[in-house]
Design a protein around this ligand. Structure first.
Ligand code: CA
Length: 427
């Protein structure tokens, strides 16, 4: 089985492990994550349907030999040791797992004891941050988002800054405060200036927001001083996750001039547990938006480099019901991942295995496709009405936000699951 597997054959693959209809995790996905369970320290796994597969158990049973991945990588509490082996080895591992889990392959399914040890119902597992994040970069690659924010802050004439159509704008974020899905987020305290005629004040943020994003996680890059071209970039990308870049707009708007986001962002960013590989996303590959003006040569690409991934954000008030507040798609992003990585390294900046590069808020063109409350409520001027009769300009204490993502083509569904976080009162 290779990455060039015939699409019809790929779609026809089935697993002997039960996969519920509509699951994000059929045998064609095989994402990577880190789980722990009763008596098992955090370690690498994959997921099929609603079942976690313990890779350490498979390695001990001798089923992962020939993938060239050291056995220690399967006992590590992050995926960094595994992905340091690079794309060809991780691709071989994923293909081996697809083989072992497919109907007709008896290497694993006939060993009842092994199956009992290796498979764990996902509800019995705790899912952790998949990688130890070395460095975190956040891009700003949605033209619709940048335009909306620009209109609100600078007016329609100057909505996009002069550089925006020429390079993927980004900033260096804070790796230490990236947390696993399910981790509660405390409302940040900070300095704000709500009334520009009055001195600044200190207190809990009153404009706590979400940013619906995806992120990609890198393999080992190149040494400091060398660049990764757009043509090489996908070989340096391990996979993608969902990402919520929680943002305190009142802190952000007072502090950001002239050096950009700081304390309005680094109090917490939530990441989904399953890293979906670019190989799994292959059936969803499409062309991104046309780019005009044509980018400089170092940012040009051949072929298609976007993916058709439907994304949604839902808000759940404390003890309340779910309200889907945004439906958007990864395909709206103007700058592609290869362009982001090529731009990031064009000056010789090195990237390392486990670095995280987030997309920036993903907004579409319709008002219900905006990826932040800032845009959805147009800076609080058009509050959202929720099913329970309450309104939201920004997040309330006790609100939970869930972001989900999946793509579908010719009956094949590949998804990410979700990233979730609940807002706690300021401490
Ligand atoms: Ca962001």
């Amino acid at each position: 089985m290779s990455s060039a597997i015939d699409p019809a054959k790929l779609r026809a693959l089935k697993s002997w492990v039960d996969v519920p209809a509509g699951s994000d995790f059929p045998i064609q996905n095989i994402p990577f994550g880190i789980f722990s369970a009763n008596g098992r320290a955090p370690r690498p796994c994959t997921r099929i349907g609603d079942t976690v597969v313990d890779l350490h158990v498979l390695c001990e049973a001798g089923l992962l030999t020939g993938t060239d991945i050291a056995s220690e990588a399967f006992q590590s509490e992050t995926l960094n040791a595994l992905i340091k082996h690079g794309k060809p080895a991780v691709r071989r591992l994923r293909e081996r797992l697809m083989d072992l889990l497919s109907t007709g392959n008896t290497g694993m399914q006939d060993q009842a004891g092994l199956v009992g040890r290796a498979l764990i119902p996902v509800q019995d597992a705790t899912l952790h941050l998949p990688v130890e994040v070395g460095d975190y970069t956040d891009f700003y690659s949605s033209r619709e988002h940048a335009t909306n924010v620009g209109i609100m802050f600078r007016g329609p004439e100057n909505a996009l800054m002069p550089n925006w159509l020429h390079l993927p704008v980004g900033y260096h974020g804070r790796a230490s405060s990236i947390v696993a899905s399910g981790t509660a987020i405390r409302r940040p305290m900070g300095q704000m200036r709500p009334d520009p005629q009055q001195p600044p004040v200190f207190g809990p943020s009153k404009q706590l927001d979400i940013e619906l994003e995806t992120a990609f996680i890198t393999f080992e890059g190149k040494p400091l001083g060398e660049r990764i071209t757009t043509a090489e970039a996908e070989d340096r990308i391990f996979g993608m996750v969902l990402f919520n870049d929680w943002s305190a707009r009142d802190i952000q708007s007072w502090e950001y001039v002239p050096l950009g986001p700081f304390l309005g962002k680094n109090f917490g960013s939530s990441m989904s547990p399953w890293v979906v590989t670019l190989e799994a996303l292959e059936p969803l590959r499409i062309a991104g938006p046309a780019q005009d003006p044509e980018p400089l040569p170092y940012l040009r690409t051949q072929g298609m480099h976007s993916f058709d991934i439907a994304l949604e954000a839902a808000l759940i008030p404390d003890n309340g019901t779910e309200n889907v507040i945004c439906r958007t798609n990864f395909k709206h992003l103007y700058w592609t991942m290869p362009q982001q990585l090529a731009h990031h390294t064009v000056n010789g900046c090195n990237v390392r295995a486990g670095d995280v590069m987030a997309s920036g808020t993903i907004s579409g063109s319709s008002p219900d496709s905006f990826g932040s409350l800032l845009e959805l409520t147009w800076r609080g001027t058009k509050p959202l009405k929720l099913a329970d009769g309450t309104e939201r300009k920004f997040l309330h204490d006790g609100d939970t936000v869930v972001i989900r993502g999946h793509g579908q083509r010719d009956g094949l569904r590949i998804g990410f699951g979700e990233v979730r976080g609940k807002i706690l009162p300021a401490g």
